[in-house]
Design a protein. Structure first.
Length: 157
């Protein structure tokens, strides 16, 4: 990918935050913290974006991932966000999703369609809302142990 296009630092910061849970998130986070704490680095990246990976001590593949994400259309960013939510639910609610079996993804997509406040919640609160959605819409009887664990975690968040 060519790194010679104009860099929008605000979009770059937002993309870095959205990629914070990706495999390269730690490296990107470290580079972004350096970038946003130094006006000199910001000027270097804006004036010579092709040198950014070297200047920020960042793997060129991670820089390209960040630029791709920053340039993504809003629909793509939404899809990435939904995929992240799905993976978090799979991590937090394995018993519930096992009970749902093949209907798990269908239930998740129904939840997403009816969910209007997803952007302001952490993963455990999102999992709690998903469990409440399942119970309210008679998808399955949620696992009591998992429900108690998620309640406790969502209150702590």
């Amino acid at each position: 990918m060519s790194n010679t296009r104009m860099i929008d630092l605000r979009k770059l910061r937002k993309s870095a935050l959205e990629l914070s849970n990706s495999q390269s998130g730690v490296a990107i986070g470290w580079a972004m913290s350096r970038l946003f704490s130094s006006r000199e680095l910001q000027e270097n990246v804006i004036n010579a974006p092709e040198d950014a990976p070297r200047v920020l001590n960042l793997n060129p593949a991670d820089w390209d991932e960040l630029l791709l994400h920053e340039a993504a259309e809003p629909g793509q960013v939404h899809a990435v966000r939904q995929q992240k939510r799905w993976h978090e639910l799979k991590r937090l609610l394995p018993l519930t999703l096992n009970k749902l079996e093949k209907r798990a993804e269908v239930a998740f997509h129904a939840f997403v369609l009816h969910d209007s406040d997803e952007s302001s919640r952490c993963a455990t609160q999102d999992a709690m809302c998903f469990l409440e959605f399942l119970k309210h819409n008679d998808w399955i009887e949620t696992d009591s142990i998992e429900l108690k664990r998620i309640r406790r975690l969502s209150r702590a968040a």
